[in-house]
Design a protein around this ligand. Structure first.
Ligand code: ADQ
Length: 452
């Protein structure tokens, strides 16, 4: 295979020490480390005014060439904030009520995809394999084909794909499905997503045009486990451990996003304190939730709502020497986070919908095999069909969350070890490495089949 070309909305700055919190950036960094030569193309994260097409900035770091372009403030609003994050994100997370469709945003989305294709074209080489990432770039394969690109072009959707009954509520649903059919291969996280997408393509008469493959994403569990062990003796983990006075710790780690079910989760924790008062004064719940997409109205509202809920719960239950919830809205370095996971007795991962959820896998990889913690996981996360030995809950059900937390906090070591061993086997069998290898092998084959 020739060079791998990754295209994603955002390309992280390789020289920044603290990489952004987000599953896609984390998984791709793991993949590109192992490639002989590769190009990563996308938005630089900056906004500036320009006429016509922007200038491409090139930077090479650790064998990866990073090629980035800026967006204009108007493109950032229309393509990124509104169409991608204000329309496609809620739609794909089954939240039609939060979807605010307007035609100019759709126009902007298509324009920026066209601009991406034109800026990428001169950088391409004849035997490249192009792998496009995520919902910001559904139209890209079609746009590249229009410019004469014949290379294999694959797509991976990191978020869920909803059933036709929901997807059809999007005015340009037909156009987007036709765009998806222009890829040689479309990868999604779960069988449920694959079935939903295949059904949509079938209804549109597009089945057969492109292959759909369920290809669950994972982490690098060996590396993450090492980071967790290394962080154990670091000053942050030590401080957290000392502050716990041998009392149990529950951890939650999520981008501050309405899909993550944070409000419902806090209510579940509150229910634990009400229904199982023996945990009062003992258990601490640490929620790390770095602010994300702060420019989008729904995210600002969510942040205010969470501030209020946490304030209410802490106000109602705290003692002068005990706080039920510790809440951080800034990012924590990954190594430190790995150590926090290892220290935590329970991870609380309860998204209302999630493509996969890498935090659940990171938590498992970070555990001490001799004394592992317990995972409480939403059955609506893409990780749930794999991580069946977790304590699975309905994230809308506060009583179910409270019961699962109580079970996790009181589970004996033998039961924790038994569950964790099975979960660890799963996390080690579907990794960032198997994800990219399986996808790229299938893409290569699909590309060859089309060219034949
Ligand atoms: P996300 O919605 O970002 O990803 P997730 O899979 O949980 O969700 O990945 C988050 C990543 O960011 C994890 O690696 C986590 O460690 C890191 N992170 C979160 N909070 C952090 C913090 N405070 N400090 C530092 N790092 C933090 C999207 C989809 C998911 C899918 C991934 C990958 O929404 O469903 O699993 O892409 O496909």
């Amino acid at each position: 295979m020739g060079r791998l070309v990754i295209v994603s909305n955002r390309v992280p700055d390789p020289r920044e020490r603290d990489q952004p919190a987000g599953g896609l950036a984390v998984a791709l960094a793991d993949v590109l480390r192992d490639e002989a030569s590769s190009l990563w193309f996308g938005w630089s994260g900056t906004q500036e005014d320009f006429e016509g097409d922007p200038k491409v900035a090139i930077d090479t770091h650790n064998k990866v060439t990073y090629a980035t372009i800026p967006l204009t403030p108007a493109q950032h609003r229309g393509y990124y904030q509104r169409f991608s994050n204000g329309i496609l994100w809620p739609l794909c997370h089954y939240r039609l009520g939060l979807m605010n469709y307007t035609q100019p945003d759709w126009d902007s989305y298509q324009d920026v995809n066209g601009m991406f294709a034109r800026a990428l074209l001169p950088l391409l080489k004849p035997d490249d394999t192009i792998w496009v990432q995520d919902y910001h770039l559904f139209p890209l394969a079609q746009m590249l084909r229009n410019l004469g690109v014949t290379a294999p072009v694959g797509f991976f959707l990191h978020i869920p794909f909803p059933p036709w009954s929901l997807f059809r509520a999007l005015p340009p649903a037909d156009a987007l499905l036709a765009d998806m059919a222009a890829f040689d291969l479309v990868g999604v996280q779960t069988d449920e997503d694959a079935d939903n997408l295949k059904e949509c393509l079938r209804i549109e008469g597009l089945d057969g045009a492109s292959r759909v493959m369920a290809c669950p994403i994972g982490i690098d569990p060996v590396k993450f486990g090492e980071e967790a062990r290394a962080a154990w003796d670091g000053s942050e983990v030590k401080r957290l451990r000392e502050s716990m006075h041998d009392e149990p710790l529950i951890i939650g780690v999520d981008r501050l996003d309405y899909s993550k079910g944070l409000e419902e989760r806090f209510q579940g924790y509150e229910r634990l304190l009400t229904r199982y008062p023996e945990h009062r004064g003992h258990v601490t719940y640490l929620q790390v939730a770095p602010v994300s997409r702060g420019e989008v109205e729904e995210y600002r509202l969510l942040r205010r709502q969470l501030d209020e809920t946490i304030g209410r719960i802490n106000g109602a239950f705290a003692e002068f020497d005990w706080t039920p919830i510790r809440y951080l809205t800034r990012p924590v370095p990954r190594q430190v986070l790995a150590g926090f996971y290892r220290l935590a007795d329970v991870a609380l991962v309860t998204p209302l919908r999630d493509g996969m959820n890498l935090v659940a896998k990171e938590y498992i990889a970070a555990q001490d095999p001799e004394n592992p913690g317990a995972l409480v996981l939403s059955h609506l996360a893409g990780a749930a069909p794999e991580l069946t030995e977790a304590l699975l809950v309905n994230p809308h059900d506060a009583d179910a969350i409270a019961d699962a937390l109580h079970q996790a906090l009181t589970m004996d070591k033998a039961a924790r070890k038994r569950r964790w061993t099975l979960l660890d086997t799963e996390v080690r069998s579907t990794t960032a490495g198997t994800w990219s290898r399986d996808f790229l092998a299938a893409l290569y084959k699909a590309g060859k089949a089309r060219q034949a």
